[in-house]
Design a protein around this ligand. Structure first.
Ligand code: NAI
Ligand code: NA
Length: 395
């Protein structure tokens, strides 16, 4: 089968298995080139198939020879349809991990459900006994509550008033104004229910109840702050309320882990092209300018560079460096004054005519296609792909 990208707005409905493998391989090579990392050896990653979660799994496995269990929600290939990219990423990850004798198993299903938590608990009991770290990296637009069965939808809306700013259609390069109506009804609560900390806490409670957390256990969840520019739609919007809740949950979990000297952390990460972030209006234009400025200053990072820095310069130090709210900051380079001043200056000028020269829209697009396994130089896309039909333990 010859697979080509088929896009609809900010989603791509096809994915390329060889390209996804190349993306995973590139991340593994980066981690290996950086040498050994001292970090936990039995790691559960929730949201392990793409973005920051995949980068965390790769960093643990290939940096520290950790045994990893990955939980995610991805589509297997079926008649006439490719799998989702996270499925191919995991197929490649497991293949490459097993080749090096590393333990790696995956659970494909709804992490919010009781069933997937039970399945994970059984697998840990059977194979690992206990775990030393949980990385919580879910990004989902919906959540079915495990106790009530009610399905909640999150939204990306400002709070209080309509927000109008520039945005870019990253396929066509058209820069135009977008207006986003404010949250109404239950939008805020629903977004907090989906993307806040309740499910993270439920995971830790469920694992702890079964005595599956080792002494000095650590857990980390990812958050975002971003610049003034995107505040109305991000940090001060509905998603920001969910992040406030997630961040508050870290303290709650830490309290519950006192007896095993465990700790929950928040890491505030940099804005990066992932399937989740391309869905937020205004952000892709901000990111295209940010990429340009960070590349010009030689401080650009992708998910893997970010997580490598989290592991080697923050999370596992005796004294974990945090901000005054107790959060780890690896968005420090994005938030540097000189970087933000330059982005703000370009923001005023950017339009459809100059977007290609002022911003790194080209780089943004390229990374968008990389998410789905396209645009890798190393891959021959004219070659028929062999469908990856079955991977041990992964349906
Ligand atoms: P992503 O879309 O690349 O990854 C989301 C992961 O969650 C995937 O593995 C997916 O399979 C899994 N998932 C979604 N729904 C699920 C469900 N019901 N059950 C099981 N697995 C499910 O997202 P990304 O961007 O890596 O986000 C991860 C975290 O990092 C989020 O909390 C996000 O807010 C945060 N973050 C993202 C930034 C960005 O710019 N992309 C910046 C800073 C933080
Ligand atoms: Na450019």
């Amino acid at each position: 089968m010859i697979i080509e990208p088929r896009t609809r707005g900010f989603i791509c409905t096809t994915a390329h298995p060889d390209g996804c493998e190349q993306g995973v391989l590139n991340q593994i090579e980066y981690i290996k080139s950086k040498g050994k990392i001292e970090s936990p050896k039995r790691v559960l990653v929730i949201g392990a198939s793409t973005g920051f979660g995949l980068a965390s799994r790769i960093t643990s496995a290939f940096g520290s020879e950790a045994s990893t269990i990955g939980v995610f929600f991805e589509k297997a290939p079926s008649e006439g349809r490719t799998a989702s990219s996270g499925w191919y990423n995991t197929a490649a990850f497991e293949k490459l991990a097993h080749k090096e004798g590393l333990y790696a198993k995956s659970i494909n299903g709804d992490a919010f459900s009781k069933e997937v938590k039970e399945q994970t608990i059984d697998l840990i009991k059977k194979d690992l006994g206990q775990i030393d770290m949980v990385v919580y990296s879910l990004a989902s637009p919906v959540r079915t509550h495990p106790e009530t069965g009610v399905r909640y939808k999150s939204s990306l809306k400002p709070i209080g008033s309509t927000y109008t700013n520039k945005t870019v259609d990253f396929h066509t390069g058209e820069v135009k104004e977008v207006s986003i109506a404010p949250a109404e009804g239950d939008d805020i609560e629903n977004t907090v229910t989906v993307m806040g900390g309740e499910d993270w806490e439920m995971w830790i409670d469920a694992l702890k109840k079964e005595n599956l957390l080792s002494k000095d256990f650590k857990t980390v969840a990812y958050s975002y702050i971003g610049p003034k520019l995107t505040e109305p739609v991000y940090r001060n919007g509905t998603i920001g309320r969910a992040k406030d809740h997630l961040e508050a949950t870290a303290f709650k979990i830490t309290d519950k882990l006192k007896d095993i000297e465990g700790k929950a952390y928040i890491s505030v990460n940099k804005a990066l092209v992932t399937q989740s972030s391309s869905a937020i209006p205004v952000i892709p234009l901000y990111m295209s300018l940010l990429y340009q400025v960070m590349k010009d200053n030689n401080v650009h990072e992708g998910c893997i560079e970010q997580i490598h820095r989290l592991y080697t310069e923050r999370l596992f130090l005796d004294e974990v460096p945090t901000d005054e709210e107790g959060r780890i900051r690896i968005d420090d380079l994005e938030m540097r004054d000189d970087i933000q001043e330059k982005v703000a200056e370009l923001w005023e000028k950017v339009d459809t005519e100059n977007v290609m020269s002022l911003s790194d829209l080209e780089g943004y697009r390229n990374e968008f296609f990389h998410l789905f396994g396209f645009n890798f130089e190393e891959v021959d896309y004219s070659k028929e792909t062999e469908e990856v039909v079955k991977i041990a333990g992964l349906q």
